[in-house]
Design a binder for this molecule. Structure first.
Ligand code: M7G
Length: 251
């Protein structure tokens, strides 16, 4: 986890063991062994893990695919319907069976409402790597691809209420937040990522992140925008979906 600023002096002062590597003029390098309370490693355990989980966390080359709407219908959709990660953890949050005490904000409307919780990648100890996710209540929207003008009220609620809730709880204004969707996501239940602007979270790069404010504008211009245009997806070399694109001669 990122160091908390006020702890840095402690690292260099009394508790830590320092072993000099080299010194030259005003420069020196050390091996530093921080005391246990300053050497936390945030750990996520997936147990039992499926083969798909193992693949998700293994280092792999990534390839870009341009997915047209026809590709989505003929290749991606049948694939995600046949094998995607279980959404049980999402339903547990929506039904308050898990993480209920962590909810930052909820709009309970079944159609246009959502729940905002800290992402499990964030330990909430410091704002540098602030990361929350908004999970929509409705269960019929898989991803960016399904969005139409019909979803504008829902998306506007997420952007406005999400920003307000983060400002109120964490003191981070909307202008300091990156609010975006992933395409492709790992979990096909619509959700929106909220990260600190200064934090380059995995998945915030141009080939995967779609800013919610831009998505709103695109849908306001053309209700079927995301059923008309091609979308770029970054697929891992070992991902069966990439093999499907290859088989179809799309790569
Ligand atoms: P994604 O875009 O579907 O995929 O985002 P990614 O994991 O490849 O980015 C799902 C988001 O939900 C990620 O940011 C995950 O860290 C987060 N997440 C996943 N799980 C299983 C949980 C969970 O159980 N609790 C919480 N709070 N967040 C989770």
């Amino acid at each position: 986890t990122p160091f908390q600023e006020e702890k840095i002096p402690e690292l260099l002062r009394k508790h830590a063991r320092l072993e000099l590597q080299m010194r030259n003029d005003i420069y020196s390098t050390y091996h530093l062994y921080p005391p246990p309370e300053l050497s936390e490693i945030k750990t996520t355990v997936v147990y039992p893990a499926t083969e798909k989980h193992l693949r998700k966390y293994l280092r792999q080359e990534v390839h870009l695919v341009r997915e047209t709407w026809e590709d989505y219908r003929n290749i991606t959709l049948p694939f995600i319907q046949s094998q995607s990660f279980s959404l049980q953890w999402v339903y547990n949050i929506l039904e308050k069976k898990a993480e209920a005490d962590r909810i930052i904000h909820e709009n309970p409307d079944p159609r246009d409402g959502f729940v905002l919780v800290p992402d499990f990648k964030w330990n909430q100890s410091q704002l540098d790597d602030l990361y929350l996710i908004a999970l929509v209540h409705r269960r019929d929207v898989k991803s960016l691809r399904d969005l139409t003008g019909e979803h504008l009220p829902l998306l506007r609620n997420i952007l406005r209420e999400g920003q307000e809730a983060v400002a109120e709880r964490f003191g981070v204004p909307g202008s300091r937040l990156r609010v975006y969707l992933h395409y492709q996501p790992s979990y096909y239940h619509l959700h929106v990522h909220f990260t600190a602007l200064g934090y380059e979270a995995a998945g915030s790069a141009a080939e995967r992140a779609h800013l919610l404010a831009d998505v709103l504008d695109n849908l306001a211009l053309d209700s079927r925008y995301y059923q008309r245009r091609a979308l770029t997806c970054a697929l891992r070399a070992d991902e069966p979906l990439l093999a499907k694109f290859r088989e179809a001669g799309r790569l």
